[in-house]
Design a protein around this ligand. Structure first.
Ligand code: ARG
Length: 389
């Protein structure tokens, strides 16, 4: 019997996929990756077994997600099309890489995922698998199977006694992890319809809230956040705390039309409180400690980096090379940034660093001025020389 490792979420599609793969002659190992999606795993494990999985493997990937994916993306200031902080996109190469490892451990010859044929995620999964082990067979049941609607899938599940929870199902497609929530489908498919209150997962109720402004202080060491309000914080706790702090303010809500790799435009809303706060703070600290040329050059790198992540090109020589470059730029990104939280926005109100390149004696308009203003004339004359008529 051929063995397949299925990336299993516990939802309807992948539960049905277990049975579907079994019917096609595969022994199915259901693999669940914990990237902080807050799903109850016990019910999902039970469901996988009833659907026919020979084994369920659960991997807690949260720490690795932060150190190997989120922190590099933060150091890169990676944001796609100006807004999307890439929560879903960043998790895919990690989930797929671990899936390949599970396939090797289980001596499986195939891997499967529950992505549709219209999205970016199928690309991210499959490019990763191919980059890490080109000999593995890749199966995408949702892209191939006969079901034309959710109802048909539900009928199939009921017929095969797969315990699905139809009542709990939200009208939206939701993907969650510690770096953010992505929500699409349902009424959001009309780009002109305002996202209904119930479409928000973490920031629900923010519109009604009347919270007092507050300031949070973030400590960075070499580009990595290491503390909050003067106290050392372990990475996972730090991100969770910032999500909890920022969500009631509605910080990191985004409603955007984006360009998918497969060529279509789609509408998605995102909620990413911690990511939004940390990206702002990190970028701000860089503006204090990096010289102008490096800072400007790095802006171009950020955009390229975000594209690579979005396009599923994580396990590529270019991403590795960019990471090496970016790492080199982070040597002095150490210091403290104060961020003010208020309804729907987080903004920096102060920053300091032992490596600050800001010199008050040069910037000041007071008597302390050390800047020799007479030099400016010569500088400008030479600067203008090529253009002087
Ligand atoms: N558009 C985002 C991306 O391609 C998120 C995709 C998953 N979204 C979802 N709601 N299931 O990265």
């Amino acid at each position: 019997m051929k063995k397949v490792v299925l990336a299993y979420s516990g939802g309807l599609d992948t539960s049905v996929a277990i049975k579907w793969l079994k019917d096609r002659g595969y022994e199915v190992v259901a693999y669940m990756a914990d990237v902080g999606q807050e799903k109850t795993t016990t019910a999902a494990i039970h469901r996988a077994k009833v659907a026919g999985a020979s084994k369920v493997v659960v991997k807690d990937l949260r720490k690795r997600f932060i150190t190997d994916y989120i922190w590099p993306a933060l150091k890169a200031n990676a944001v796609y099309e100006g807004r999307y902080t890439l929560a879903t996109a960043l998790s895919r190469p990690l989930i797929a890489a671990e899936q390949v490892a599970v396939a090797h451990a289980e001596k499986a010859t195939a891997v499967a995922h529950g992505c549709t044929g219209k999205g970016n995620d199928q690309v991210r999964f499959e490019v990763t698998v191919q980059a890490l082990d080109g000999s593995l067979e890749i199966i995408a049941p949702v892209r191939e199977w006969e079901f034309k609607s959710r109802e048909e899938e539900i009928t199939y599940a009921l017929r095969h006694r797969i315990p699905i929870d139809v009542t709990k199902k939200s009208p939206f497609s939701i993907d969650k992890n510690i770096w953010g929530v992505s929500v699409e489908a349902g009424v959001l498919e009309d780009p002109n319809v305002e996202p209904p209150l119930e479409s928000f997962q973490w920031t629900r109720g923010a519109e009604k809230g009347n919270l007092k402004e507050r300031v949070v202080e973030i400590n960075f060491e070499k580009g990595v956040p290491v503390g909050l309000n003067g106290k050392k914080k372990e990475a996972l706790a730090l991100i969770n705390e910032l999500n909890d702090l920022g969500a009631p303010y509605g910080i990191g809500r985004m409603d955007m039309i984006e360009n998918r790799l497969v060529g279509i435009k789609s509408r998605e809303t995102y909620e990413a409180p911690a990511a939004t706060i940390l990206l702002q703070a990190h970028k701000d600290l860089e503006s204090l400690v990096l010289d102008r040329e490096l800072l400007h050059y790095k802006e171009g790198i950020s955009q390229k980096y975000a594209e690579l992540v979005y396009y599923g090109l994580w396990f590529t020589p270019l991403r590795e090379a960019l990471d090496a470059f970016i790492e080199r730029t982070q040597k002095k990104v150490t210091g403290v940034v104060r961020v003010k939280l208020r309804k729907y926005s987080a903004h920096v109100v102060g920053r300091k660093s032992p490596y600050s390149l800001y010199k008050e004696s040069l910037a000041t308009y007071s008597a302390k001025d050390k800047f020799d203003q007479r030099l400016a004339k010569g500088f400008i004359d030479l600067w203008a020389l090529p253009y002087r008529k």
